[in-house]
Design a protein. Structure first.
Ligand code: SAH
Length: 282
């Protein structure tokens, strides 16, 4: 990408100042919602929790003391939902100190502090040993990291052989004609993404990290329009509070980002699952 990537520190600073505004607009899940179809009138909260449930299902940890790493944990809601649903021992990491404080308080308040812990850490240098986790996920976070391949290698290193890795992120759905390149880049820049991936890049990215791709779902139609419509509504009806919290410029940039994504059909949304190969496991 021609753009200069934000460093993990800058991403952390961005969230530290924007967490409150984002929470007003998107709720405590900083990821899109999933709607089953046009007749599905679920709220944003229901739909975003539903996508979390699909992520939980896709890592197949079952019930018990399985160890799961949530890379880019946001305010901690997905990790807490995962622990409640499965009994997993979850570690959530983020480069936003404010998110770690918020998520830690939420774990305590929900009586899950013995199963879920949150810590400040950078996905580009994970402070965990090899084979520390039974599953790992990047839930709408990897596109903010400086090097997608390195992020996947780091995740694969701490994952046990046979363990699953799940991720969701926006992606380039169709070839982008030259005259639309700027529009697509502008759309992604609004979300501070470091890069956007073309569909056919994923098998290689996983393969180079020692991972085998097992599932790839294009869920664009279930996620983007429903989420952006609701984000825009929430932003419009809470404009003074959002502006108060992040300032006019960031509030406007958020609005532009949502509108652009709604009007950029080349950008879609993916849910991918891979398995770590090794120790004789295919
Ligand atoms: N998964 C959460 C939050 C998504 S927002 C949810 O679905 O609600 C993106 C998250 O990625 C933020 O928590 C941000 O701090 C984190 N992130 C971005 N770059 C990171 C990095 N280099 N290392 C760790 N976390 C990172």
């Amino acid at each position: 990408m021609p753009r200069t990537a934000a460093t993990p520190e800058q991403i952390g600073e961005f969230f530290d100042q924007a967490n409150h505004a984002l929470e007003i607009v998107t709720g405590r899940n900083f990821h899109v919602g999933y709607w089953t179809g046009p007749e599905d009138d679920s709220s944003l909260e229901e739909a975003t929790d539903r996508l979390t449930d699909q992520m939980i299902e896709s890592i197949r940890v079952g019930q018990g003391d399985f160890r799961v790493l949530d890379i880019g944990c946001g305010l901690g809601r997905p990790a807490l939902r995962l622990a409640r649903a499965t009994g997993a021992l979850v570690t959530g990491i983020s480069v936003s100190k404010e998110q770690i404080a918020h998520a830690t308080a939420a774990a305590k308040a929900e009586g899950l502090a013995d199963r879920v812990r949150f810590q400040y850490a950078d996905a580009m240098s994970l402070p965990f040993d090899e084979n520390s986790f039974d599953a790992v996920w990047f839930f709408e976070s990897i596109m903010l990291m400086p090097d997608r391949g390195e992020a996947l290698r780091q995740a694969a290193r701490v994952l046990r052989p046979g363990g699953r890795i799940a991720l969701t992120e926006p992606f380039e759905r169709v070839p982008v004609p030259a005259h639309r390149r700027d529009a697509v880049d502008a759309c992604m820049a609004n979300f501070r993404t470091t890069s956007i991936v073309q569909l056919d890049r994923y098998p290689g990215l996983f393969r180079e990290a020692g991972l085998r791709l097992v599932e790839l779902r294009d869920i664009t139609g279930n996620t983007i329009t429903g989420s952006m419509t609701r984000y825009i509504d929430a932003l419009l009806s809470n404009q003074p509070e959002v502006t108060d919290s992040v300032g006019q410029e960031t509030a406007e940039r958020m609005m532009r980002g949502f509108e652009r994504l709604q009007n950029t059909p080349e950008v879609g949304y993916l849910h991918l699952v891979a398995v770590r190969v090794g120790d004789g496991q295919p």
